[in-house]
Design a protein around this ligand. Structure first.
Ligand SMILES: [Zn+2]
Length: 441
């Protein structure tokens, strides 16, 4: 008799446990991007549905726009009320919204997802995702007409975009040059861009704009490219020069002089270019300068921009590089003036450039000063045109005392000659920045 009671008790315990499990009140969890989703021509939205208790029984996803309701997904999973879901896995579901195919106009809509579990309590979870349907691509109007651009040179362009966008600018090959908003007209932008010396024909500039819904517009900029040859030069490497620069730049003693020199001339040059691009990623949205750029006074031009250099060692060509600035020689340790008004964004050691200074002139225009023996300015400080920012020297990969002067647009080297030329600036930059109305309006 005692045994029977004991059995009943155990059975009741097991039953209660089983019932508690089956009446669990853990509601399903639906994970998704909870912020507003912007829907362009096509939008894929992901949900991850999980349940800690008996598992997911059914997931339904639908969309409501005005009085239209569109079923997007309805799936019932294997399982039963006694043992729950056959697979205790989070379910990943993706629904695709194509407004045009679904007959949805622009405006707001709501995406709903509801999940039910196998619990005897019948738990369910409902989430809403607000949608903004916008299948219209941004419209770009160009305010500047056909221009002549020198290969290796720079140019300015002004454009308007008819709606707020996520990203925009001038695309030339792999480079995207930022557009800066007009001070009083938020729909209008100015961008400076470069046409690098090695630009391919297919890389001609285009203005791109992409809105939050992923609608993208690309408009070609009509330019006529002025081709000009670039000078060539041969640099003969001597053991003495290599030894000196290796000790100075890399430090330590090297047995293979050529390998160590190429480490500097190739790898460090590329690394420095990447660092410079990074420094030039942020620029003042305001133009900080007004006059032409100043060339160091009483200086003789050594190497020019775009010079193709082949490096020879023991009668053999061991490397080729392109010289991306102007070499200006004066007296030894000559005062180096800031080429224009701006803000110092770099004042430190910079590999092959030695002790260097970079000045931001706004609208992504920068000047760089290399091989300095002395730096006289600090990072973050404003400078005026003509202020002494340091003294010439031989630091970095320099033979004799000189200034390596470079100009950059959006981190891409351009020919400084244009920026020394007040007439060029007037025609190619000033005239565009002061455009009043779009052509024909
Ligand atoms: Zn140089």
């Amino acid at each position: 008799m005692r045994i029977v009671w004991l059995l009943i008790l155990v059975l009741a315990g097991v039953m209660t446990g089983a019932l508690i499990t089956r009446f669990e009140s853990d509601a399903p969890v639906i994970d998704t991007r909870t912020q507003v989703a912007y829907v362009g021509k096509e939008h894929a939205h992901q949900f991850r549905v999980s349940d800690e208790g008996m598992g997911i029984e059914r997931v339904r996803i639908w969309l409501v726009s005005g009085d239209v309701e569109i079923e997007l997904h309805d799936e019932t999973y294997d399982g039963n009320l006694w043992s729950g879901a056959a697979l205790q896995l989070p379910r990943r579901i993706e629904v695709t919204i194509e407004p045009k195919e679904m007959g949805l106009g622009p405006g707001e809509a709501t995406l709903y997802a509801e999940a039910y579990d196998f619990s005897w309590s019948g738990n369910s979870t409902l989430v809403e995702v607000p949608l903004v349907i916008d299948a219209k691509a941004p419209r770009i109007s160009l305010l500047t007409g056909l221009t002549y651009v020198r290969r290796g040179g720079a140019e300015a362009v002004v454009y308007e975009i008819d709606e707020p966008v996520d990203s925009h600018g001038v695309l030339v090959g792999e480079f995207l040059f930022a557009g800066f908003p007009h001070p009083t007209r938020p729909e209008r932008f100015t961008a400076l861009y470069a046409l690098p010396p090695d630009t391919a024909a297919t890389d001609s500039p285009r203005i791109v704009a992409e809105d939050r819904a992923g609608n993208r517009t690309v408009v070609p900029v009509s330019i006529s490219i002025i081709e000009k040859g670039f000078p060539e030069d041969v640099i003969v490497l001597s053991d003495g020069f290599m030894e000196l620069k290796i000790a100075e730049i890399l430090g330590g003693e090297r047995t293979d002089l050529l390998a160590a020199y190429l480490e500097i001339n190739r790898d460090m040059r590329a690394e420095n270019a990447a660092t410079i691009r990074q420094i030039c990623e942020r620029s003042s949205g305001e133009r900080l300068w007004s006059e032409s750029f100043l060339q160091m006074p009483n200086s003789r031009v050594g190497a020019r921009f775009g010079e193709r250099r082949s490096y020879q060692y023991k009668g053999r060509t061991v490397d080729t590089q392109v010289h991306m600035g102007y070499d200006l020689a004066s007296t030894s340790h000559a005062a180096v003036p800031a080429a224009n008004d701006g803000v110092v964004v770099f004042a430190d050691d910079l590999g092959i450039y030695g002790q260097a200074v970079i000045i931001d002139h706004g609208l992504s225009l920068f000047s760089l000063y290399g091989h300095l023996s002395e730096i006289g300015v600090e990072h973050g400080k404003p400078v005026s045109r003509g202020d002494t920012i340091g003294r010439t020297g031989t630091t970095g990969l320099a033979g004799g005392d000189h200034l390596h002067f470079a100009m950059l647009v959006g981190g891409v080297f351009v020919d400084p000659l244009e920026w020394f030329d007040g007439k060029w600036i007037k025609e190619h930059v000033e005239a565009k920045l002061t455009i009043e109305e779009p052509p024909g309006s």
